[in-house]
Design a protein around this ligand. Structure first.
Ligand code: AFP
Length: 336
């Protein structure tokens, strides 16, 4: 760390100073979130050495077998954030119901929603994984928040962020004032501002989709992907590249760094469930970040940030990334 470096704590405090009437509560909350992510980063970097690989016998509310690290990361997040007095309640991918703040701790004014370990199928094979979180304001006069208090559209998020545990650990954040990226200095144990004011290029020649689902896709997605694959020989008149990491955090991070479009669209396989990805702790925070970086997000038929959730673990179709490509996909959906 060099004297001219800005730490994430300094960055958050300086942002808070510019907000009239800010109490420091939000800064305190983010500091706790950051500590949880640093601890998860430490565990992922050590893997088998600290005995965190492998599966458990348990299933989460989605019916997915939980990995050991899913449960450890979830507990870490709860413990790091329950005591500070900033939160009224929490909710996570790994818990069926709302987590109430234990009685011995003071209650705060925020709600925290998170996916503690996104891309868990990658844990055991040493491929990038991440944590996604979203901060909402708890409605006034609510003593004991219930599910309905969390059912706020993405436009009401106070903050959204993710940590990506890749070759370097990074945290990317928005509070509605642009997007900033911080790299963890492993020696000092601090996130340092390394990627200020991230912007997603409006055009791209890269897309990400799980092509094994091709036969289930709807017409607009089939059309889009087949045009990309036709490359220079087709109507797009340019060649495209494709990526699929199966870890949304890593996928969105790549898009923030160099552009691209990510699709987990509605298809005949996931239609009954409403989609594949979860709204409150995957689609909504990622859409907030992408849009703050100048990109666009949609289900194909509706802006993701405008969806009013009906369930804590609701699933939605997701298309997001470089503005012009996402707009093209919206147009294709409108044309059918
Ligand atoms: P998990 O966190 O349960 O592994 O899910 C990861 C994820 O929600 C998202 O990060 C990936 O983009 C997507 O699922 C991968 O889904 P497929 O395995 O169907 O490709």
């Amino acid at each position: 760390m060099l004297p001219n470096h800005t730490t994430i704590t300094q960055f958050i405090i300086e942002e808070q100073r510019s907000i009239q009437g800010a109490t420091g509560d939000f800064t305190g909350l983010l500091t706790d979130v950051v500590l949880a992510c640093k601890t998860i980063s430490h565990l992922t970097k050590n893997g088998a050495l600290v005995n965190v690989l492998g599966s458990t016998q348990q299933e989460n509310v989605q019916g997915e077998t939980q990995k050991k690290l899913d449960i450890i990361a979830n507990t870490l997040f709860l413990k790091a954030n329950e005591w500070g007095g900033h939160l009224a309640a929490m909710a996570s991918e790994e818990m069926d119901d709302v987590y109430q703040i234990p009685a011995q701790y003071p209650r705060g004014k925020y709600l925290l929603v998170f996916d503690p370990l996104d891309g868990s199928s990658n844990i055991d094979v040493n491929v990038s994984i991440g944590t996604i979180f979203s901060i909402l304001r708890c409605p006034d006069h609510v003593e004991q928040p219930t599910v309905k208090d969390f059912l706020q559209p993405g436009t009401q998020q106070i903050c959204a962020g993710y940590a990506v545990y890749g070759p370097a650990t990074m945290m990317v954040l928005t509070t509605g004032n642009g997007v900033n990226g911080f790299t963890l200095d492993q020696n000092v144990g601090e996130f340092i501002l390394t990627h200020p004011n991230i912007k997603i290029p409006e055009d791209t020649q890269e897309f990400a989709i799980n092509s094994s689902n091709q036969r289930f896709w709807e017409e607009p997605v089939k059309r889009y992907v087949s045009e990309c694959l036709a490359g220079k020989t087709g109507t797009r008149d340019k060649d495209f590249n494709m990526r699929w990491i199966a870890s949304m955090v890593a996928e969105i991070h790549r898009i923030l760094m160099r552009g691209g479009v990510f699709l987990y669209p509605l298809d005949s396989k996931n239609k009954e469930k409403g989609g594949r990805l979860r709204l409150l702790y995957e689609a909504s925070p990622m859409s907030f970040i992408v849009e703050q970086a100048g990109g666009l997000s949609t289900t194909g038929r509706q802006p993701i940030l405008e969806i009013v959730p009906t369930d804590l673990h609701q699933r939605v179709p997701v298309i997001l990334g470089s503005r012009h490509e996402v707009q093209r996909l919206i147009d294709y959906h409108q044309a059918t």
